[in-house]
Every structure is written in C-alpha cells, then in structure tokens.
Design a protein. Structure first.
Length: 280
C-alpha cells in the first residue's frame, strides 16, 4: 500500500502506471470508512488495474456551523481496510497540500447545485465539485466511483464530467444499508442509541412515500405525512422532494405515470443530519 500526500507525487505515480498500460480507478472519500465505501473500492478493484482511494476531509464543502472539526478521522484503520478490499494507493493530502494558501479557483454548477441539499448548505456543492475536479486532475482516473447514497452529488459530478468533456467514466454504486434499512454513513456514529433506532424512519418513509405517490397522492400531501411521522420520533424533516432523474428538477403535484423519479430526503436527528433517496 502506497500512502501519497501531494497531488504532484500522485501525478508522477499515475503517469508511470499509465505508461505501463495500467488502468486507474479512483474512489474519493472523506474517510471513516464503512462497508458502503468499501463496496466502491471493491468495484474499482474489479474493473481497474490500480485503485486509488482518496481520504480527505474537504473544508471547502463544510458550512460555518457544520461538523468539519468533529468529523471522524482514522487514516491508519482506513488504509488497512482499503488495502484488504483491493486498493493499492491511498491519497491523503493535508489541507495545505490540497489548497494553495491563496486558492481562488472553483468549479460551480449554477443550477441544480442550489436545490435540495444545496439550498440548505450554500457553497457545499461548489466545494465538492472543486475538490473532485482537483482529484481527477491529480489521479487522472479511467473511472471514478461514487455512491448513489449522495444522489445529488453524484448527479452533479456526472454533469460536470459531461459539461467539461472530461475523458473518464463515472460509476455509480448502490447504497449499502444496515439490516434495518438505514443507509450507512460516517455520520451515523453521531447518533445516540435512541436516535439510531428512530433513524430507520428515513428509509421507511421513503418506501411508504413511493407507494403513496404511485397510488396518486401528491408530493405535498406525502411531504406533510413524512414531516408528521418524523416529528413523532423526535426528528425534523429538512426537505422531501421528488425530482425527475433526467434533469433533477422538482416535480410538483402528482407524478406522471411514465416518469422516472428520485425521492430525496434530509432530516435532523438532534444535530445529526441524515440524507437518503429512492429511485422510482
Ligand atoms: P464520503 O466519505 O461520505 O464523502 O463518501 C465517499 C463516497 O462513498 C461517496 O461517493 C458516497 O456517495 C459513497 N457512500 C457513502 N455512503 C455510502 C453508502 N451507504 N453506500 C454506498 N456508497 C456510499
């Protein structure tokens, strides 16, 4: 396992590997890895000769009052895990390796990035797209792997790649869930035992919402239902929206019978914000 700290060093290594005819897969993460992340690593290792896992808690994508300081960091354990699952390189730059002191250049999407999570986390997706672009330039991957769990993020990254004619393939991997349906997330560790029990409601409500919408209920009625049910278990709905998968724009009222949609949800359990989604 190679541990690389700077973009320059990674570029050098990848250049050698590519000139030896090897294909490169990149799995961007913020660490504190769980089985969901490892599914991405396994997929990359099965499709690419070299798998690079980046582990970087990107300050650009955190808001002022968010959990940047407390976000779990455990590079050593993470490196062992990814090696076991087929990665050969960990790229773990520190903030100063990643961003020049006077960093001024950003990537932003001026449409979908302001919806859903972006509406509540201003600048979040600009931070995500900027770091992902920098990772793509450092690792020059043939394929990069992202979880469907962060649906809007993966959608925006695909859009960036398409809009900029970037020559790589984005692979989206299914959401890994706990036995009771809760989507795995590094932030689940913040939940108290009671909150952890209630958190299963996020996915349960999505499944119920799917049935209700398909039976003809309107988005606003379903949204009110979800807010009420979450309130009962002490959680707060931040948003529930239904978006067309193609353009990620919100659908109001009832769904079209031939439409392809994704249900998007964010809710607070105490101070912990969880997101999930379900394609229908
Ligand atoms: P993060 O470390 O939270 O930035 O996540 C790194 C990558 O892992 C992102 O592409 C996420 O979408 C993906 N990921 C996170 N949780 C899951 C999950 N439960 N199942 C599948 N992929 C996930």
């Amino acid at each position: 396992m190679k541990l690389i700290r700077s973009a320059r060093a990674l570029q050098r290594l990848v250049k050698e590997q590519r000139s030896a005819g090897l294909t490169v897969g990149l799995v961007p993460t913020m660490g504190a890895l769980h089985q969901g992340h490892l599914d991405l690593v396994k997929r990359s290792a099965s499709q690419c000769d070299v798998t690079i896992v980046s582990i970087f808690v990107n300050p650009l994508q955190f808001g002022k009052n968010e959990d940047l300081g407390s976000y779990p960091r455990r590079l050593k354990e993470d490196s062992i895990l990814v090696e076991k699952h087929g990665a050969s390189v960990v790229f773990a730059p520190n903030v100063h390796d990643m961003y020049e002191q006077n960093h001024q250049t950003y990537i932003y999407n001026n449409s979908v990035a302001d919806l859903y999570c972006g509406a509540y986390r201003p600048g979040h997706f600009q931070g995500v797209l900027t770091v992902v672009a920098k990772l793509f330039l450092a690792a020059e991957p043939d394929r990069a792997y992202f979880g469907r769990k962060d649906y809007q993020q993966a959608w925006l990254i695909r859009k960036m790649v398409k809009d900029l004619n970037w020559n790589l393939r984005i692979v989206m991997v299914s959401t890994r869930r706990e036995n009771d349906g809760l989507a795995m997330s590094s932030r689940n560790e913040y939940l108290s035992p009671e909150q952890r029990q209630s958190a299963v409601q996020v996915y349960q409500n999505l499944r119920q919402a799917k049935d209700d919408l398909q039976r003809g209920k309107s988005v606003s009625v379903v949204r009110k239902q979800i807010a009420r049910k979450l309130k009962v278990v002490g959680a707060d709905l931040q948003y529930f929206e239904v978006a067309e998968r193609e353009n990620l724009l919100a659908q109001k009222g009832k769904l079209k019978t031939d439409g392809k949609y994704v249900l998007l949800i964010a809710a607070y359990f105490g101070t912990t914000r969880l997101i999930d989604n379900l394609e229908i």
